[in-house]
Design a protein around this ligand. Structure first.
Ligand SMILES: Cc1cc2nc3c(=O)[nH]c(=O)nc-3n(C[C@H](O)[C@H](O)[C@H](O)COP(=O)(O)OP(=O)(O)OC[C@H]3O[C@@H](n4cnc5c(N)ncnc54)[C@H](O)[C@@H]3O)c2cc1C
Length: 377
C-alpha cells in the first residue's frame, strides 16, 4: 500500500513535493496556513538543476511558457562597464526567470487530484505507532504515515524538533520590484551590478514584465525612509547606469517588497522518526545564487525517489536527509559568501574585488557554475 503523507506548507517547496510524491504513487495532502494557495508578487530565477526536475515532472513546458529563458548573465559596475559576461545557454535544460505566482500556479494546476487544505496552520505533531498526527490551530487533527514540514524559514515543525531560534541576519536588506517591460533590457539577458555596500539585479521575466532587486547594507528590520520606499531606492541608485533609474521610476510603489537577507546554520539532523523538513524549513539560503526554491525542488525530487521503495517512512526520510545535507549546506555557503563579497563597502577593496572576480570568472566560469547549477538529482 502507498504511504500516506502530510505536507505542512503549500509554498513552492510544498507544492513541488506534493507533485513529485503524487507522481511516485504516494497519497499526499497539503495543509497551508494562508486562506488561498498562491505566492507573493515577485520574480525569481530557476536554474538548470531545478528545471531538470520540472522536466522530469512533466511541467517544464508550462513553466517555460509563463517565464523568460535566460541566455546570458552580465556582471557590471555602477557606471555600466562590464566585469564579466557568462553564457547561460550551455546546460541540458534552460535557466528561466518567472513570476513566483506563475510557477506556483503551474504546480497547483498539476495537483488537481490532490487534497489541498487552505486556512490550516499546523502547530505541532505527535508520533505514535509508526505514524504521526499533525495538530492544527483550527483544532483539526490529521493522521499519516509521514509528515513533511515545508512551512518555511520560521517552520513550526522545525521548532518542535530543534527549538525556536531566530534566523541569522546577514547585514543587508533586499527590495524586489516588478516594472513593465518597455524595451529597456535585452531579452534573455540578466544582470547584476555591484557597487559599494549595494547591488542591483535585473531579470526580464516574460509577459511584458521585468523583475529587479536591490540590496543595501544596514541594521535588520529597517522601516522605510520618510519619503517612502520607492524614493529611498531611487536616491540610492540615481547615478547608476540605465536602465536602473528608469526601471525604478517605472515601478508602482505597491509592487516593491522589502525583506532582510537571512539564513540559518546547517542542521546536523533534519527530522526525527516519520517527520522530516523540506525547503526553507530545513535550509534557508540567502538569495545570492537564486537557489532557495531550486533547492526545495531538488529536495522534492529526492524524496520522491526514496520514499516509494523504502522499508518504512522513517528509513526513507533519514536516507533523504543524508543525501541532501551536504548539497544544501554547500549551496547555502556559496550564497552567503557571494552575498558578503557583493556587499563589501571599502572603495579600494571593491576595486580589487571587481578585478579579481573578472579574472576568476574569465578563467573558470564553468567550474564555478557547474557545481551549483548543473547538478542533477
Ligand atoms: C529576496 C529573495 C529572493 C529570492 N530569489 C530566489 C530565486 O531567484 N530563485 C530561487 O530558487 N529562490 C529564491 N529565493 C528563495 C525562495 O524564495 C525560497 O527558498 C523558497 O520560497 C522556499 O520555498 P518553501 O516552500 O520551502 O518555503 P516558503 O516559500 O516560505 O513557503 C512556506 C509555506 O508554508 C506556509 N506556512 C508557514 N507556516 C505554516 C504553518 N504553521 N502551517 C501551514 N502552513 C504554513 C506559508 O504560508 C507558505 O505558503 C529568494 C528569497 C528571497 C528572500
Amino acid at each position: 500500500m502507498s504511504p500516506k503523507v502530510i505536507i505542512a506548507g503549500g509554498g513552492i517547496g510544498g507544492m513541488a513535493a506534493a507533485l513529485a510524491l503524487h507522481r511516485a504513487g504516494v497519497d499526499v495532502t497539503v495543509f497551508e496556513r494562508a486562506p488561498a494557495f498562491t505566492e507573493v508578487g515577485a520574480g525569481m530565477s530557476l536554474w538548470p538543476n531545478a528545471t531538470h526536475v520540472l522536466q522530469s515532472l512533466g511541467v517544464l513546458d508550462h513553466v517555460i511558457a509563463r517565464g523568460e529563458t535566460v541566455t546570458q548573465f552580465n556582471l557590471q559596475r555602477p557606471d555600466g562597464t562590464t566585469i564579466s559576461t557568462i553564457p547561460m545557454d550551455g546546460f541540458s535544460t534552460p535557466s528561466l526567470c518567472i513570476h513566483r505566482a506563475d510557477l506556483h500556479e503551474v504546480l497547483r494546476r498539476s495537483l488537481h487530484s490532490i487534497r489541498l487544505e487552505a486556512n490550516q496552520t499546523v502547530q505541532s505533531y505527535r508520533q505514535s505507532g509508526g505514524g504521526v498526527t499533525a495538530k492544527f490551530a483550527s483544532g483539526l487533527e490529521a493522521w499519516a504515515d509521514g509528515l513533511i514540514g515545508a512551512d518555511g524559514i520560521n517552520s513550526a515543525i522545525r521548532s518542535q524538533i530543534h527549538g525556536t531560534t531566530s534566523p541569522i541576519y546577514r547585514g543587508y536588506c533586499i527590495w524586489r520590484g516588478i516594472a513593465p517591460d518597455t524595451g529597456m533590457t535585452v531579452r534573455g539577458h540578466i544582470s547584476e551590478t555591484w557597487g559599494a555596500g549595494k547591488r542591483f539585479g535585473i531579470m526580464p521575466m516574460g509577459q511584458g514584465r521585468i523583475c529587479w532587486y536591490a540590496t543595501r547594507n544596514g541594521p535588520p528590520s529597517q522601516p522605510d525612509g520618510p519619503r517612502g520606499r520607492k524614493s529611498e531606492i531611487q536616491e540610492l541608485f540615481q547615478d547608476w547606469h540605465q536602465p536602473i533609474p528608469e526601471l525604478i521610476a517605472a515601478t508602482k510603489p505597491a509592487d516593491i517588497i522589502k525583506s532582510d537577507a537571512r539564513d540559518r546554520k546547517p542542521l546536523r539532523q533534519w527530522g526525527e522518526g516519520c517527520v522530516t523538513l523540506l525547503g526553507d524549513a530545513a535550509h534557508p539560503i540567502t538569495p545570492n545564487v537564486g537557489q532557495g526554491a531550486c533547492m526545495a525542488i531538488e529536495d522534492a525530487a529526492c524524496l520522491a525517489k526514496l520514499l516509494p521503495g523504502a522499508k518504512d517512512v522513517a528509513t526513507a526520510f533519514r536516507a533523504y536527509e543524508g543525501m541532501r545535507r551536504t548539497r544544501t549546506a554547500f549551496v547555502a555557503r556559496q550564497a552567503r559568501r557571494i552575498g558578503a563579497i557583493g556587499q563589501w563597502e571599502n572603495p579600494w577593496i571593491v576595486k580589487a574585488r571587481d578585478c579579481i572576480t573578472r579574472l576568476v570568472l574569465s578563467r573558470s566560469p564553468d567550474v564555478q557554475l557547474n557545481a551549483v547549477y548543473a547538478y542533477k538529482i
